[in-house]
Ligand binder design. Structure first.
Ligand code: COA
Length: 389
Protein backbone atom coordinates (compact mmCIF):
# COMPACT_ATOMS: atom_id res chain seq x y z
CA UNK A 1 0.00 0.00 0.00
CA UNK A 2 1.36 3.39 -0.89
CA UNK A 3 0.13 6.74 0.17
CA UNK A 4 0.59 9.62 -2.29
CA UNK A 5 3.54 11.89 -1.76
CA UNK A 6 2.91 15.02 0.19
CA UNK A 7 1.68 17.59 -2.37
CA UNK A 8 4.09 20.23 -1.14
CA UNK A 9 7.79 19.46 -1.08
CA UNK A 10 9.03 19.90 2.45
CA UNK A 11 12.18 19.33 4.41
CA UNK A 12 12.01 16.33 6.67
CA UNK A 13 11.26 18.63 9.58
CA UNK A 14 8.29 20.02 7.63
CA UNK A 15 9.63 23.42 6.52
CA UNK A 16 8.96 24.28 2.87
CA UNK A 17 11.90 24.18 0.46
CA UNK A 18 12.33 27.58 -1.11
CA UNK A 19 15.62 27.48 -2.96
CA UNK A 20 16.14 24.91 -5.70
CA UNK A 21 19.87 24.86 -6.41
CA UNK A 22 20.27 26.86 -3.18
CA UNK A 23 19.66 30.01 -5.27
CA UNK A 24 19.84 33.15 -3.15
CA UNK A 25 20.79 31.22 -0.02
CA UNK A 26 23.57 32.66 2.15
CA UNK A 27 25.18 29.53 3.55
CA UNK A 28 28.03 31.15 5.51
CA UNK A 29 30.03 34.35 5.97
CA UNK A 30 33.33 34.80 4.17
CA UNK A 31 35.85 37.62 3.98
CA UNK A 32 37.53 36.39 0.82
CA UNK A 33 35.56 37.83 -2.10
CA UNK A 34 32.33 39.65 -2.89
CA UNK A 35 30.24 39.63 -6.05
CA UNK A 36 27.63 42.32 -6.71
CA UNK A 37 25.52 40.50 -9.27
CA UNK A 38 23.38 43.53 -10.11
CA UNK A 39 26.27 45.96 -10.60
CA UNK A 40 28.56 43.36 -12.19
CA UNK A 41 31.46 43.89 -9.82
CA UNK A 42 33.86 41.54 -8.08
CA UNK A 43 36.34 42.19 -5.28
CA UNK A 44 38.95 39.95 -3.70
CA UNK A 45 39.49 41.02 -0.08
CA UNK A 46 38.52 44.62 -0.88
CA UNK A 47 40.44 45.07 -4.16
CA UNK A 48 38.53 45.26 -7.45
CA UNK A 49 39.22 42.56 -10.00
CA UNK A 50 40.16 45.25 -12.56
CA UNK A 51 42.82 46.68 -10.23
CA UNK A 52 44.21 43.24 -9.45
CA UNK A 53 44.25 42.07 -13.08
CA UNK A 54 46.15 45.21 -14.08
CA UNK A 55 48.49 45.65 -11.14
CA UNK A 56 49.00 42.38 -9.26
CA UNK A 57 50.61 39.08 -10.20
CA UNK A 58 49.00 35.69 -9.60
CA UNK A 59 51.45 35.09 -6.76
CA UNK A 60 50.47 38.37 -5.07
CA UNK A 61 46.81 37.41 -5.45
CA UNK A 62 47.47 33.98 -3.95
CA UNK A 63 49.05 35.69 -0.93
CA UNK A 64 46.13 38.12 -0.75
CA UNK A 65 43.56 35.31 -0.73
CA UNK A 66 45.42 33.28 1.90
CA UNK A 67 46.59 36.08 4.21
CA UNK A 68 43.98 38.82 3.80
CA UNK A 69 46.13 41.53 2.23
CA UNK A 70 48.74 42.01 -0.46
CA UNK A 71 52.31 40.99 0.39
CA UNK A 72 55.23 43.31 1.05
CA UNK A 73 58.22 42.65 -1.24
CA UNK A 74 59.96 40.39 1.31
CA UNK A 75 56.77 38.36 1.82
CA UNK A 76 56.33 37.98 -1.94
CA UNK A 77 59.96 36.92 -2.34
CA UNK A 78 59.47 34.28 0.32
CA UNK A 79 56.27 32.98 -1.28
CA UNK A 80 57.91 32.86 -4.70
CA UNK A 81 60.82 30.89 -3.24
CA UNK A 82 58.34 28.45 -1.66
CA UNK A 83 56.44 28.06 -4.95
CA UNK A 84 59.62 27.42 -6.93
CA UNK A 85 60.90 24.90 -4.42
CA UNK A 86 57.58 23.03 -4.43
CA UNK A 87 56.98 22.72 -8.19
CA UNK A 88 58.72 19.37 -8.58
CA UNK A 89 56.43 16.37 -8.07
CA UNK A 90 57.35 12.90 -6.81
CA UNK A 91 58.66 10.69 -9.66
CA UNK A 92 56.12 7.96 -8.81
CA UNK A 93 53.33 10.34 -9.83
CA UNK A 94 55.03 11.18 -13.14
CA UNK A 95 55.44 7.42 -13.57
CA UNK A 96 51.75 6.95 -12.98
CA UNK A 97 50.97 9.56 -15.63
CA UNK A 98 53.43 7.86 -17.98
CA UNK A 99 52.55 4.21 -17.49
CA UNK A 100 49.14 3.96 -15.84
CA UNK A 101 47.13 6.85 -17.26
CA UNK A 102 45.49 6.27 -20.65
CA UNK A 103 46.77 8.75 -23.25
CA UNK A 104 43.20 9.61 -24.20
CA UNK A 105 42.10 10.29 -20.61
CA UNK A 106 40.13 13.50 -20.15
CA UNK A 107 42.75 15.89 -18.67
CA UNK A 108 40.47 16.92 -15.78
CA UNK A 109 40.12 13.23 -14.86
CA UNK A 110 43.87 12.59 -15.18
CA UNK A 111 44.60 15.67 -13.10
CA UNK A 112 41.99 14.80 -10.47
CA UNK A 113 43.66 11.40 -10.01
CA UNK A 114 47.19 12.84 -9.92
CA UNK A 115 46.06 15.49 -7.44
CA UNK A 116 44.72 12.79 -5.18
CA UNK A 117 48.03 10.92 -5.45
CA UNK A 118 49.93 13.96 -4.19
CA UNK A 119 48.43 13.31 -0.76
CA UNK A 120 50.12 9.92 -0.59
CA UNK A 121 53.54 11.54 -0.90
CA UNK A 122 52.94 14.44 1.49
CA UNK A 123 54.04 13.71 5.04
CA UNK A 124 51.82 16.54 6.25
CA UNK A 125 48.70 15.34 4.43
CA UNK A 126 46.87 14.43 7.64
CA UNK A 127 48.30 17.28 9.74
CA UNK A 128 45.39 19.65 10.34
CA UNK A 129 47.38 22.38 12.11
CA UNK A 130 46.85 25.82 10.52
CA UNK A 131 50.59 26.05 9.75
CA UNK A 132 50.66 22.71 7.93
CA UNK A 133 47.47 23.53 6.02
CA UNK A 134 48.94 26.87 4.90
CA UNK A 135 52.05 25.05 3.65
CA UNK A 136 49.89 22.53 1.78
CA UNK A 137 47.98 25.35 0.06
CA UNK A 138 51.30 26.59 -1.35
CA UNK A 139 52.43 23.10 -2.40
CA UNK A 140 49.11 22.27 -4.08
CA UNK A 141 49.17 25.53 -6.04
CA UNK A 142 52.81 24.94 -7.02
CA UNK A 143 52.38 21.33 -8.16
CA UNK A 144 49.18 21.42 -10.21
CA UNK A 145 50.81 23.19 -13.22
CA UNK A 146 53.62 20.61 -13.19
CA UNK A 147 51.14 17.72 -13.21
CA UNK A 148 49.09 19.23 -16.03
CA UNK A 149 52.07 20.05 -18.24
CA UNK A 150 53.55 16.57 -17.65
CA UNK A 151 50.29 14.82 -18.56
CA UNK A 152 49.90 16.87 -21.73
CA UNK A 153 53.44 16.11 -22.91
CA UNK A 154 53.25 12.41 -22.04
CA UNK A 155 49.98 11.96 -23.93
CA UNK A 156 51.66 13.53 -26.99
CA UNK A 157 54.57 11.08 -26.73
CA UNK A 158 56.95 13.76 -25.44
CA UNK A 159 59.16 13.78 -22.35
CA UNK A 160 57.87 15.88 -19.46
CA UNK A 161 59.91 19.03 -18.92
CA UNK A 162 61.09 19.63 -15.36
CA UNK A 163 60.09 22.95 -13.83
CA UNK A 164 62.69 25.65 -14.40
CA UNK A 165 62.07 26.80 -10.83
CA UNK A 166 62.52 30.40 -11.76
CA UNK A 167 60.05 32.98 -12.92
CA UNK A 168 56.34 33.14 -12.26
CA UNK A 169 53.77 30.36 -12.15
CA UNK A 170 52.58 31.49 -15.61
CA UNK A 171 56.12 31.43 -16.96
CA UNK A 172 57.01 28.01 -15.58
CA UNK A 173 53.70 26.47 -16.64
CA UNK A 174 54.06 27.63 -20.27
CA UNK A 175 57.70 26.54 -20.20
CA UNK A 176 56.84 23.04 -18.95
CA UNK A 177 53.94 22.77 -21.41
CA UNK A 178 55.79 23.85 -24.55
CA UNK A 179 59.38 22.99 -23.67
CA UNK A 180 60.47 26.54 -24.43
CA UNK A 181 60.37 29.79 -22.53
CA UNK A 182 57.29 31.88 -23.23
CA UNK A 183 57.60 35.45 -24.49
CA UNK A 184 56.66 38.25 -22.10
CA UNK A 185 53.26 38.82 -23.79
CA UNK A 186 52.15 35.19 -23.39
CA UNK A 187 53.38 35.11 -19.78
CA UNK A 188 51.53 38.34 -19.00
CA UNK A 189 48.25 37.09 -20.50
CA UNK A 190 48.49 33.75 -18.70
CA UNK A 191 49.28 35.52 -15.43
CA UNK A 192 46.25 37.82 -15.79
CA UNK A 193 44.03 34.84 -16.66
CA UNK A 194 45.20 33.12 -13.47
CA UNK A 195 44.37 36.27 -11.45
CA UNK A 196 40.87 36.43 -12.96
CA UNK A 197 40.02 32.79 -12.19
CA UNK A 198 41.49 32.60 -8.68
CA UNK A 199 38.40 33.15 -6.56
CA UNK A 200 34.66 33.56 -6.88
CA UNK A 201 32.78 33.15 -3.63
CA UNK A 202 30.68 30.08 -2.95
CA UNK A 203 30.64 28.71 -6.50
CA UNK A 204 29.91 24.98 -6.83
CA UNK A 205 33.51 23.75 -6.55
CA UNK A 206 34.39 26.02 -3.62
CA UNK A 207 31.21 25.01 -1.84
CA UNK A 208 32.08 21.35 -2.47
CA UNK A 209 35.54 21.97 -0.98
CA UNK A 210 34.06 23.64 2.10
CA UNK A 211 31.48 20.87 2.59
CA UNK A 212 34.27 18.28 2.55
CA UNK A 213 36.56 20.44 4.68
CA UNK A 214 33.80 20.99 7.22
CA UNK A 215 33.77 17.26 8.02
CA UNK A 216 37.40 17.86 9.13
CA UNK A 217 38.60 15.73 6.26
CA UNK A 218 42.00 16.78 4.91
CA UNK A 219 42.86 19.48 2.37
CA UNK A 220 43.68 17.00 -0.41
CA UNK A 221 40.30 15.29 -0.14
CA UNK A 222 38.57 18.65 -0.26
CA UNK A 223 40.35 19.92 -3.38
CA UNK A 224 39.90 16.60 -5.19
CA UNK A 225 36.16 16.97 -4.60
CA UNK A 226 36.35 20.55 -5.84
CA UNK A 227 38.09 19.37 -9.02
CA UNK A 228 35.18 17.02 -9.64
CA UNK A 229 32.73 19.89 -9.34
CA UNK A 230 34.76 22.24 -11.54
CA UNK A 231 34.87 19.62 -14.33
CA UNK A 232 31.14 19.98 -15.06
CA UNK A 233 30.07 21.98 -18.15
CA UNK A 234 27.73 24.12 -16.05
CA UNK A 235 30.80 25.25 -14.06
CA UNK A 236 34.45 25.30 -15.20
CA UNK A 237 33.92 22.86 -18.05
CA UNK A 238 32.08 25.57 -20.00
CA UNK A 239 35.26 27.09 -21.50
CA UNK A 240 36.01 23.86 -23.39
CA UNK A 241 32.45 23.82 -24.74
CA UNK A 242 32.67 27.48 -25.82
CA UNK A 243 35.69 26.75 -27.99
CA UNK A 244 33.97 23.62 -29.34
CA UNK A 245 31.06 25.79 -30.44
CA UNK A 246 33.33 28.39 -32.09
CA UNK A 247 35.28 25.68 -33.93
CA UNK A 248 32.01 24.07 -35.04
CA UNK A 249 30.69 27.34 -36.45
CA UNK A 250 34.00 27.88 -38.23
CA UNK A 251 34.27 24.33 -39.61
CA UNK A 252 30.71 24.31 -40.95
CA UNK A 253 30.94 27.90 -42.27
CA UNK A 254 27.65 28.53 -40.50
CA UNK A 255 26.23 32.01 -40.10
CA UNK A 256 26.93 32.69 -36.42
CA UNK A 257 23.65 34.43 -35.63
CA UNK A 258 21.54 31.75 -37.38
CA UNK A 259 23.53 28.97 -35.64
CA UNK A 260 22.85 30.46 -32.21
CA UNK A 261 19.20 31.23 -32.93
CA UNK A 262 18.72 27.59 -33.96
CA UNK A 263 20.31 26.36 -30.73
CA UNK A 264 18.06 28.64 -28.70
CA UNK A 265 15.02 27.45 -30.66
CA UNK A 266 16.10 23.87 -29.79
CA UNK A 267 16.21 24.94 -26.11
CA UNK A 268 19.95 24.34 -25.94
CA UNK A 269 22.08 26.35 -23.57
CA UNK A 270 24.82 28.50 -25.03
CA UNK A 271 27.99 27.81 -23.09
CA UNK A 272 29.85 30.73 -21.54
CA UNK A 273 26.60 32.68 -21.20
CA UNK A 274 24.46 33.18 -18.10
CA UNK A 275 25.34 33.12 -14.43
CA UNK A 276 23.63 32.28 -11.19
CA UNK A 277 24.83 35.46 -9.47
CA UNK A 278 25.58 38.02 -12.21
CA UNK A 279 22.44 39.54 -13.69
CA UNK A 280 24.62 41.63 -15.98
CA UNK A 281 27.97 41.24 -17.70
CA UNK A 282 30.59 39.38 -15.66
CA UNK A 283 33.42 41.91 -15.03
CA UNK A 284 35.98 39.19 -15.74
CA UNK A 285 34.49 38.76 -19.23
CA UNK A 286 35.08 42.47 -19.89
CA UNK A 287 38.77 42.12 -19.00
CA UNK A 288 39.14 38.90 -20.97
CA UNK A 289 37.51 40.49 -24.01
CA UNK A 290 40.10 43.27 -23.84
CA UNK A 291 42.86 40.66 -23.66
CA UNK A 292 41.34 38.80 -26.62
CA UNK A 293 41.15 41.97 -28.65
CA UNK A 294 44.84 42.72 -28.06
CA UNK A 295 45.85 39.16 -28.83
CA UNK A 296 43.66 39.05 -31.98
CA UNK A 297 45.34 42.18 -33.34
CA UNK A 298 48.78 40.87 -32.46
CA UNK A 299 48.09 37.56 -34.25
CA UNK A 300 46.15 39.16 -37.12
CA UNK A 301 43.24 36.78 -36.42
CA UNK A 302 40.04 38.54 -35.41
CA UNK A 303 37.50 35.87 -36.37
CA UNK A 304 37.13 34.32 -32.90
CA UNK A 305 36.56 37.74 -31.35
CA UNK A 306 34.03 38.73 -34.00
CA UNK A 307 32.20 35.39 -33.75
CA UNK A 308 32.13 35.66 -29.96
CA UNK A 309 30.73 39.19 -30.06
CA UNK A 310 27.97 38.06 -32.43
CA UNK A 311 27.08 35.11 -30.19
CA UNK A 312 27.00 37.34 -27.13
CA UNK A 313 24.75 39.93 -28.81
CA UNK A 314 22.42 37.26 -30.21
CA UNK A 315 21.84 35.64 -26.82
CA UNK A 316 21.52 39.03 -25.15
CA UNK A 317 18.83 40.10 -27.65
CA UNK A 318 16.96 36.81 -27.38
CA UNK A 319 17.20 36.04 -23.66
CA UNK A 320 18.70 39.08 -21.93
CA UNK A 321 21.63 36.96 -20.75
CA UNK A 322 25.26 38.07 -20.70
CA UNK A 323 28.70 36.48 -21.03
CA UNK A 324 30.52 34.91 -18.08
CA UNK A 325 34.24 34.31 -17.40
CA UNK A 326 34.39 31.23 -19.64
CA UNK A 327 33.16 32.99 -22.76
CA UNK A 328 36.21 34.97 -23.89
CA UNK A 329 38.84 32.96 -22.00
CA UNK A 330 38.30 30.12 -24.49
CA UNK A 331 39.51 32.17 -27.48
CA UNK A 332 42.32 33.73 -25.42
CA UNK A 333 43.73 30.27 -24.66
CA UNK A 334 43.14 29.16 -28.25
CA UNK A 335 45.17 32.08 -29.61
CA UNK A 336 47.91 31.25 -27.09
CA UNK A 337 48.07 27.84 -28.82
CA UNK A 338 46.79 25.89 -25.82
CA UNK A 339 44.94 22.62 -26.43
CA UNK A 340 41.18 22.98 -25.89
CA UNK A 341 40.80 20.28 -23.25
CA UNK A 342 43.38 22.01 -21.04
CA UNK A 343 41.23 25.09 -20.50
CA UNK A 344 39.35 23.73 -17.48
CA UNK A 345 42.52 22.30 -15.88
CA UNK A 346 44.12 25.76 -16.23
CA UNK A 347 41.07 27.17 -14.44
CA UNK A 348 41.74 24.60 -11.68
CA UNK A 349 45.41 25.66 -11.41
CA UNK A 350 44.24 29.14 -10.56
CA UNK A 351 41.16 28.30 -8.47
CA UNK A 352 43.33 26.11 -6.24
CA UNK A 353 44.19 29.37 -4.42
CA UNK A 354 40.52 30.21 -3.84
CA UNK A 355 39.63 26.67 -2.76
CA UNK A 356 42.47 26.52 -0.25
CA UNK A 357 41.79 30.05 1.05
CA UNK A 358 38.19 28.98 1.74
CA UNK A 359 39.38 25.83 3.49
CA UNK A 360 41.72 27.81 5.74
CA UNK A 361 38.82 30.15 6.53
CA UNK A 362 36.44 27.23 7.13
CA UNK A 363 38.79 25.64 9.63
CA UNK A 364 39.24 28.89 11.57
CA UNK A 365 35.66 28.54 12.79
CA UNK A 366 34.41 25.17 11.64
CA UNK A 367 30.89 23.84 11.72
CA UNK A 368 29.64 20.78 9.83
CA UNK A 369 27.69 21.81 6.71
CA UNK A 370 24.61 19.65 6.66
CA UNK A 371 21.37 20.97 5.14
CA UNK A 372 18.10 19.04 4.97
CA UNK A 373 16.41 17.52 1.90
CA UNK A 374 12.77 18.16 1.15
CA UNK A 375 11.13 14.77 1.35
CA UNK A 376 8.75 14.20 -1.56
CA UNK A 377 8.62 10.39 -1.51
CA UNK A 378 5.89 8.08 -0.25
CA UNK A 379 5.13 7.38 3.42
CA UNK A 380 3.50 4.62 5.46
CA UNK A 381 4.54 1.66 3.30
CA UNK A 382 4.99 -1.82 4.82
CA UNK A 383 7.26 -4.68 3.78
CA UNK A 384 5.20 -7.55 2.33
CA UNK A 385 6.38 -11.07 1.36
CA UNK A 386 8.83 -10.93 -1.57
CA UNK A 387 6.68 -13.21 -3.74
CA UNK A 388 3.87 -10.67 -3.61
CA UNK A 389 5.90 -7.59 -4.72
N1 COA B 1 21.90 29.72 -22.81
C1 COA B 1 20.58 29.81 -23.02
N2 COA B 1 19.67 29.96 -22.03
C2 COA B 1 20.16 30.04 -20.79
C3 COA B 1 21.51 29.97 -20.49
C4 COA B 1 22.39 29.80 -21.56
N3 COA B 1 23.71 29.71 -21.35
N4 COA B 1 21.68 30.09 -19.16
C5 COA B 1 20.48 30.22 -18.63
N5 COA B 1 19.55 30.19 -19.61
C6 COA B 1 18.11 30.32 -19.45
C7 COA B 1 17.50 29.00 -19.07
O1 COA B 1 17.17 28.22 -20.20
C8 COA B 1 16.29 29.46 -18.31
O2 COA B 1 15.35 29.93 -19.23
P1 COA B 1 13.80 29.63 -19.06
O3 COA B 1 13.44 30.31 -17.75
O4 COA B 1 13.21 30.23 -20.25
O5 COA B 1 13.68 28.15 -18.97
C9 COA B 1 16.82 30.66 -17.54
O6 COA B 1 17.85 31.19 -18.36
C10 COA B 1 17.36 30.34 -16.16
O7 COA B 1 18.35 29.33 -16.33
P2 COA B 1 18.86 28.38 -15.18
O8 COA B 1 19.65 27.28 -15.80
O9 COA B 1 17.76 28.01 -14.25
O10 COA B 1 19.80 29.38 -14.40
P3 COA B 1 20.87 28.99 -13.33
O11 COA B 1 21.04 30.14 -12.45
O12 COA B 1 20.56 27.68 -12.70
O13 COA B 1 22.13 28.73 -14.28
C11 COA B 1 24.18 28.60 -15.26
C12 COA B 1 23.34 29.33 -14.23
C13 COA B 1 25.58 29.22 -15.27
C14 COA B 1 24.30 27.13 -14.88
C15 COA B 1 23.54 28.74 -16.66
O14 COA B 1 23.45 30.09 -17.02
C16 COA B 1 24.25 27.95 -17.71
O15 COA B 1 24.01 26.74 -17.83
N6 COA B 1 25.18 28.58 -18.50
C17 COA B 1 25.95 27.87 -19.45
C18 COA B 1 27.11 27.17 -18.77
C19 COA B 1 28.20 28.10 -18.33
O16 COA B 1 28.61 28.98 -19.08
N7 COA B 1 28.69 27.91 -17.12
C20 COA B 1 29.77 28.69 -16.58
C21 COA B 1 29.28 29.56 -15.47
S1 COA B 1 30.58 30.62 -14.90
Amino acid sequence: MTTPASPKTATDNGAPVKAKGLEGVTALDSGISFIDGQAGTLIYRGYTIEDLARNASFEEVAYLLWHGDLPKQSQLDELNAQFRAARTVHPDIIDHLRHHTPKDAVPMAALRTALSMLALYDEEAEDMSPEANARKAVRLTAKLPTLLAAFDRIRKGKEPVAPKQEGSTAFDFLYMLNGEEPGPAAEEIMDAALVLHAEHGLNASTFAARVIGATLSDMYSAVVGAMGALKGPLHGGANIEVMGMLLDIDATSADTKTYIEQKLADKEKIMGIGHRVYKTLDPRAVILRGMLEGLSDEKGERKWLEMSDTIRQTVKDAKGLEANVDFYSASVYYLLGIERDLYTPIFAMSRMTGWTAHLLEQWEDNRLIRPRAGYNGPRNKTVGPIAER
